[in-house]
Design a protein around this ligand. Sequence first.
Ligand code: 0XW
Ligand code: MG
Length: 367
Amino acid sequence: MRIERINIYTTALPVKGGVYRMASDNVESLDSTLVEIVTNDGLTGWGETCPIGPVYQPHHALGARAAIAEIAPGLIGSEIASIRLLAKRMDERLNGHGYAKAAFDMAFLDLLGQRLAVPVSTLLGGALTDRVPAYYSLIVGSPEETARIAADKVKAGYPRLQVKIGGRDLEEDVATVHKVWEAVGYKARIAVDGNRGLTVASAIHLDRLCQAIPFVFEQPCNTMDEVATLKGRVTHPVYLDENTEDQNAVLRAISLGIADGFGFKVTRLGGLTKMTTVRDLCAIRSLPHSCDDAWGGDIIAAACVHLAATVEPRRMEGAWIAQEYIDGHFDQKNPVVIEKGHIAVPQRPGLGVKPEPGMLGKPVATY
Ligand code: 0XW
Ligand code: MG
């Protein structure tokens, strides 16, 4: 099975409700890039990369497409058999830019799964479950409104909530965390996500002012060095998200003992194959983590869910997919959907999802 053609598509994913508010940025519409690999035996494999704007992490949609343009011509004619060989070929075309390579990695696995008639979760080591927990991300909002939505989402079946804070007065952040806790208590696990927006001083204050509330503190400060200074000074477990820019960053955080868990993004870490390495490193130290991406449609959602199914359930912090914040699906017959706060793992060969023919319009590039 050889790569005959690669088509690149773009599509806008507007935010349902108008705006997605985080400490680091407010976004209204996301620019997703899809890779379709067509093989000589007529199979198609899909990949996707969709940074949540250019500020959230050091990746952006135009950067993804520029990187894809460097890589794609060098893949034409390649055999889809060894994922490692294909990764090497990509590295020979371009240094770094894992978030663009991630889209190809997804498409390779999608093709290999279809060829071998197994779901991608099998290629990632094997699923431990056929249904993974999701979590709901509560954007930065007033304490009352955030608590109201939190209670609704717990009623709808979400086992975990992520409360966004930062970019405003400490008082409002503290009140929001308290109100959410009063509204949901032990009925859901809570992560409080600063999205890099807090100073070390504010993180310490928030920790003390919310002492008795059992939450995990996600990416409170901007850099890994700032987060490292929290060790021993805060009582809540600290998770890293945005700072895990590649596998080496994860290895560094684990070996320094500065992270009690992680919010992982599949494309930021360089794709599903690279994610299996950090998944296994986390397993060695019993570290919990999520299997998310910054944003994306059904292709990214399927990738996150296949991976999440391979994580030991006690350490699985959920798979976040953008469904609650976008309208519609790429795949209307087999969409990836959240039901009662959980997501069924696709059982069809490969990723198990395909954009409806023609829905993405004409490719923006073909190789
Ligand atoms: C909740 N997320 C997974 C979606 C947005 O991209 C931000 C992200 C996070 O945890 O920071
Ligand atoms: Mg986060």
